[in-house]
Design a binder for this molecule. Structure first.
Ligand code: UGA
Ligand code: MN
Length: 254
C-alpha cells in the first residue's frame, strides 16, 4: 500500500533544515512513499534544490495564501493536497507530516498497517514549556478506550488527536458519509476553526466513533512522533546558499 505523505511548508529561516531532516527520514522508509509537498506562494530556492536531489518520489505543489493576514498554519495547503489526491484518485494511506516535527522510521511502518483509520500518540515538545505532554489515544487490544489530553478545551472536543497522530485510507474520502460521520461536503479542513479544534473537526468527517479507529504503535504505548515548536524570529536571515554568496561579514586571515 502506498503512503501519501502531505507536508505543508513555507519559506522561512528554518525551512531548509526542516525539509532536509524530514526528507532524510522519508528516504529510510521502504517501500518508498509519495511525498506531496505543498508550498505557500511559490517554490522556494531551498525546497526546489532539496527535492531535486533527495531521490524521493515527490510532487511539489504551490498554493496561494488565503490572505496576507490569514493565520492558517497549513490548512489551505493540506486542502490543496486533498484536492490533488481526490482529483487523481490516489489510493493509499494519507498522513499529514508537518515539516517541523520529528518522525521515526517506525511511524511510517505503523501507518502502513492502517486499514481505514489509524491513531497513535504524539509527544508535544514546546521550547521552554514547563512540562511535556502526550496527546492521543489510550488503547487496549488495538481499540481506543480513551485519550491523553492536556487542553482546557478537552471536555468539548470529540477526539483528542494531534494533526500528526492519525492516518487514513484515501478511499474514506470518496465513501459516502456513514453512521455518525459529520459529512455534507468533501472531506477538508475548515477555515476559522477554534484553536485546538482543527483536528477533531477533520476527524469527525471520516469516522463516527472510537470503534472505527485502529490503535497503532504497540497498542498506543510507543512515541514515534514528536511535535516540536521552535521557530526563528520572522526577520532573521535565511542560512542558504544565496545568503553565503551575499554575506557581508567575511574576515580573511591577514
Ligand atoms: C499544528 C497543526 O499543524 C495545525 O494544523 C493545528 O491547527 C495547530 O497545530 C493548532 O492546533 O493550533 P503548529 O505546529 O502550531 O500547527 O504550526 P506550524 O508548525 O507553524 O505549522 C504547521 C505546518 O503548516 C508546518 O508544516 C508549516 O510549515 C506550515 N505552515 C505554517 C505554512 O505552510 N504556512 C504558514 O504560514 C504557517
Ligand atoms: Mn509545528
Amino acid at each position: 500500500v502506498q503512503l501519501l505523505i502531505v507536508t505543508p511548508t513555507y519559506n522561512r529561516p528554518f525551512q531548509a533544515m526542516y525539509l532536509t531532516r524530514l526528507a532524510h527520514t522519508l528516504r529510510l522508509v521502504r517501500p518508498p512513499v509519495l511525498w506531496i509537498v505543498v508550498e505557500t506562494g511559490w517554490q522556494s530556492e531551498e525546497s526546489v534544490a532539496l527535492l531535486m536531489r533527495t531521490g524521493l518520489m515527490y510532487r511539489h505543489l504551490v498554493v496561494q495564501q488565503f490572505s496576507p493576514q490569514h493565520k492558517d498554519r497549513g490548512v489551505h495547503q493540506r486542502n490543496h493536497a486533498l484536492d490533488h489526491i481526490q482529483q487523481h484518485a490516489l489510493q493509499g494511506i494519507v498522513y499529514f507530516a508537518d515539516d517541523d516535527n520529528n518522525y521515526s522510521v517506525e511511524l511510517f511502518e505503523e501507518i502502513r498497517k492502517v486499514k481505514r483509520f489509524g491513531v497513535l500518540p504524539v509527544a508535544m515538545l514546546v521550547e521552554g514549556a514547563e512540562k511535556t505532554t502526550i496527546e492521543g489515544p489510550v488503547c487496549a487490544g488495538g481499540r481506543v478506550i480513551g485519550w491523553h489530553t492536556s487542553e482546557e478545551s478537552a471536555a468539548q472536543r470529540r477526539f483528542h488527536s494531534d494533526l500528526c497522530g492519525f492516518a487514513f485510507n484515501s478511499s474514506l474520502m470518496w465513501e459516502p458519509g456513514g453512521e455518525g460521520r459529520r459529512r455534507n461536503a468533501p472531506v477538508r479542513f475548515r477555515d476559522n476553526i477554534k484553536e485546538g479544534f482543527q483536528e477533531t473537526t477533520f476527524i469527525e468527517q471520516l469516522v463516527g466513533s472510537e470503534a472505527e479507529m485502529e490503535g497503532l504503535a504497540d497498542d498506543c504505548r510507543e512515541v514515534l512522533v514528536w511535535h516540536l515548536r521552535a521557530e526563528a524570529a520572522r526577520d532573521s536571515v535565511y542560512p542558504t546558499s544565496w545568503m553565503l554568496r551575499a554575506s557581508m561579514n567575511i574576515t580573511t586571515p591577514a
